[in-house]
Design a protein around this ligand. Structure first.
Ligand SMILES: Nc1nc2c(ncn2[C@@H]2O[C@H](COP(=O)(O)OP(=O)(O)OP(=O)(O)O)[C@@H](O)[C@H]2O)c(=O)[nH]1
Ligand SMILES: [Mg+2]
Length: 278
């Protein structure tokens, strides 16, 4: 444990680099498909402390046996279809099915995440920020709705328009009785930004349950990703409506997506248990 006085003399970046993620966290990331640490001396410390059971054992004739419990199947997502677009609360569709909404800063990867979860390309994505400019309601196999939101903090629209979007999102979050959970998508390279914290405060004040999804997790190297998860989880401590478990995904490689599908399908009552079939 590093002493507090030493930590206070370090810059934010140095403090971040001092965080030593546990073996358990690295094991979890490996299971999600983010790869594993190289077995170099640099990471030798991690084998001393917090050592969890090995994931495989190798016999003398070089056979590898997995020590894992049954693996999750590939979860199938219901067919996604565009259902309604809303620029004002008057055009929100009727509250006839439960729904989840995806929010986050502009260009963070919200629309791409919906596409990857559903294995489709129907949600429009772009490398230019500000593409999604209304609340887009998608029907997931007529079982539940998924709502793609405009990004907040988008600098290229004028102040008045930005305020209109913010008000629209706040109206939606306050009024929507069928809203089951908000997924806040953040960039794994940057963690929680001021605009995210402001939005989380608003969600907390409206008593709406939310969960953080760290996307673009294919970009940082593994130790940085693990450290980022720890700082994000720390940042959630003061929020009453936060789901403490952070989802870690990449829409590019698909890592972590099956886990998110499982959790979402379970939440929406489409899966009886989160345990893999025996
Ligand atoms: N490397 C990587 N790039 C990603 C990932 N997810 C999205 N992107 C890229 O990020 C850019 C923005 O993606 P969108 O899904 O349109 O982002 P958005 O949050 O919906 O953007 P707005 O609607 O403008 O707020 C695109 O160029 C995507 O290809 C990811 O997991 N990894
Ligand atoms: Mg979008």
């Amino acid at each position: 444990m590093l002493c507090r006085r030493f930590m206070s003399t370090l810059s934010k970046r140095q403090q971040f680099n001092q965080i030593q993620p546990s073996q358990k966290l690295y094991d979890k990331l490996e299971r999600l498909g983010f790869g594993s640490l190289p077995p170099t001396k640099r990471y030798a410390w991690k084998n001393k402390k917090n050592k969890t059971a090995p994931t495989t054992i190798t016999t003398s004739n070089n056979h590898k046996y997995s020590l894992y419990e049954p693996k999750d199947p590939e979860y199938k997502f219901p067919l996604l279809s565009f259902f309604a677009g809303a620029k004002t609360p008057a055009s929100f569709p009727p509250e006839d099915l439960e729904e989840v909404a995806v929010v986050g800063r502009s260009n963070v990867g919200k629309s791409s995440l919906l596409n990857t979860l559903a294995g489709t390309t129907i949600v429009r994505v772009s490398d230019k920020p500000g593409l999604t400019q209304q609340l887009n309601f998608f029907s997931a196999g007529k079982l539940f709705y998924m709502v793609d939101m405009p990004g907040y903090g988008f600098a290229l629209v004028d102040e008045e328009e930005r305020e209109q979007w913010r008000q629209l999102m706040e109206d939606y979050i306050s009024k929507r009785k069928t809203l089951k959970r908000v997924y806040m998508v953040i960039d794994a390279r940057h963690g929680l930004k001021v605009a995210d914290i402001d939005f989380l405060r608003m969600l907390d004040s409206k008593k709406v349950k939310f969960q953080i999804v760290m996307t673009k997790s294919d970009i940082p190297i593994l130790p940085q990703l693990a450290r980022r998860i720890i700082t994000v989880q720390d940042g959630l401590k003061g929020f009453r409506n936060a789901i403490q478990d952070v989802l870690v995904v990449s829409s590019k490689t698909g890592a972590g997506i099956n886990q998110m599908k499982k959790e979402m399908l379970f939440l929406m009552g489409q899966l009886k248990s989160k345990d893999p079939p025996k």
